[in-house]
Design a protein around this ligand. Structure first.
Ligand SMILES: Nc1nc2c(ncn2[C@@H]2O[C@H](COP(=O)(O)OP(=O)(O)O)[C@@H](O)[C@H]2O)c(=O)[nH]1
Ligand SMILES: [Mg+2]
Ligand SMILES: [Zn+2]
Length: 292
C-alpha cells in the first residue's frame, strides 16, 4: 500500500499526493461511505495503486483536527493576515482569531500586510504579540513582495490556512508565493462572492519546502463556541505566566480582588488591549453560557 495526503476532492474521487510528489486519483471503497467519519481534504490515507495515476482508498489515518468551514483535516497552522489600514486594523479580531487558533491547538503566525501603506511605527505590535504573547509576527507587503521569503519559511512543513478580514491581502499573499495559483483579489461584495464562487472547493497547494497551504481562508465561524468562560485565560499566554499569583485559584481576572493579571496590566507587563479583549470575550462567552 502507498501513503499520501488528500489534496482535493473531485466528483466522488480523491486526489492523493504521495511523498514522492506523485498524485493518484482514488475512489473510496463502499465501506468508507457507510462510516460516519467522512473523508476530507487533508486526510492522510493509505491506498492501493491500480495504475500509474489511479488507486483505491483503503484506510484513513486518525486525524488530529477537523475544520468544519472550510472542511479540511489536519490543519496545524493559521496565518492571520491583518492590514494596518484598508481595512483598519482590528486588534479585537486579531485576538479573537488567536483564541480560536489556540483552542484548536494551531500554531499562529500573524502577518501584518500592506506595510507599504503606512509609515507609522508598528513596533508596538511586536511588543504585544512577540514579547508578551509569544506569537510570530511578520511584516509584509504583497504589493511590493516584501517579507515573502520569511512567510515562506514560516509555512514550510505545516498544513496552513489563511484567515483574517476580507481585503487584508490573503489572496494577494498566496499569489505572491508563486505556487502556480491565480486567486482573484480585490474587494468582492458578499453578493458577487456567492455568485461567482459557487463551487467553494478546497484544495491543498504543495509548498516547495514541504507542507501545504489551503487555498481557502479559514475560520468563517468567528463565535467562540466550545470555549468555557473559566478556560478562556488559557488562550492568553501572557496571562498564564502570571495567574498563579492571583489570590483566588478560580480567579477570572474580572471583578476579583488581588488579581495578578490586572496588576500586570497596571504595571504595563500585559497590554491593555489584550486584557480589554479578554473581558469582552469573557462577557460574550458568559452570555452564551447563560442562554443554555
Ligand atoms: N497597497 C497594498 N495593497 C495590497 C497589498 N496586498 C493586497 N493589496 C490589495 O488589497 C486588496 C485586497 O486584497 P486581497 O488579496 O483580495 O484580500 P483578501 O480579501 O484578504 O483575499 C486588493 O486590491 C489588493 O491588490 C499590499 O501589500 N499593499
Ligand atoms: Mg481573498
Ligand atoms: Zn486574576
Amino acid at each position: 500500500m502507498l501513503r499520501g495526503i488528500i489534496v482535493r476532492a473531485v466528483g466522488g474521487f480523491f486526489d492523493v499526493r504521495t511523498a514522492e510528489e506523485k498524485e493518484y486519483r482514488c475512489r473510496a471503497r463502499g465501506r468508507f461511505k457507510k462510516s460516519d467519519t467522512g473523508i476530507y481534504v487533508g486526510d492522510y490515507v493509505r491506498f492501493t495503486r491500480l495504475t500509474d495515476r489511479e488507486g483505491v482508498l483503503e484506510e484513513i489515518e486518525p486525524r488530529r483536527s477537523l475544520m468544519i468551514r472550510p472542511p479540511i483535516a489536519n490543519i496545524n497552522q493559521v496565518v492571520i493576515v491583518c492590514a494596518p489600514q484598508e481595512p483598519p486594523l482590528s486588534l479585537q479580531l486579531l485576538d479573537r482569531l488567536l483564541v480560536l487558533a489556540a483552542n484548536q491547538q494551531l500554531r499562529a503566525v500573524i502577518c501584518i500586510n500592506k506595510t507599504d501603506l503606512l509609515h507609522a511605527d508598528l513596533s508596538y505590535l511586536q511588543d504585544i504579540y512577540v514579547e508578551t504573547a509569544g506569537c510570530t509576527v511578520l511584516f509584509t507587503s504583497a504589493k511590493y513582495k516584501k517579507g515573502i521569503e520569511q512567510l515562506k519559511k514560516e509555512l514550510a512543513g505545516y498544513l496552513s490556512v489563511f484567515a483574517g478580514q476580507s481585503g487584508a491581502g490573503k489572496s494577494s499573499l498566496l499569489n505572491s508565493l508563486q505556487l502556480g495559483l491565480k486567486l482573484k483579489t480585490g474587494r468582492v461584495s458578499t453578493k458577487s462572492k456567492r455568485g461567482r464562487h459557487t463551487t467553494r472547493h478546497v484544495e491543498l497547494i504543495p509548498l516547495p519546502d514541504g507542507g501545504f497551504v489551503a487555498d481557502s481562508p479559514g475560520f468563517s465561524q468567528l463565535k467562540l463556541t466550545g470555549i468555557k468562560s473559566d478556560e478562556l485565560d488559557n488562550f492568553f499566554p501572557e496571562f498564564v505566566k502570571v495567574k498563579a499569583k492571583c489570590r483566588f485559584l478560580s480567579c477570572m481576572h474580572a471583578e476579583e480582588p488581588d488579581c495578578a493579571v490586572k496588576a500586570a496590566v497596571e504595571a504595563g507587563i500585559i497590554a491593555r488591549s489584550r486584557y480589554e479583549h479578554y473581558l469582552f470575550f469573557l462577557n460574550e462567552i458568559r452570555e452564551q453560557e447563560r442562554s443554555f
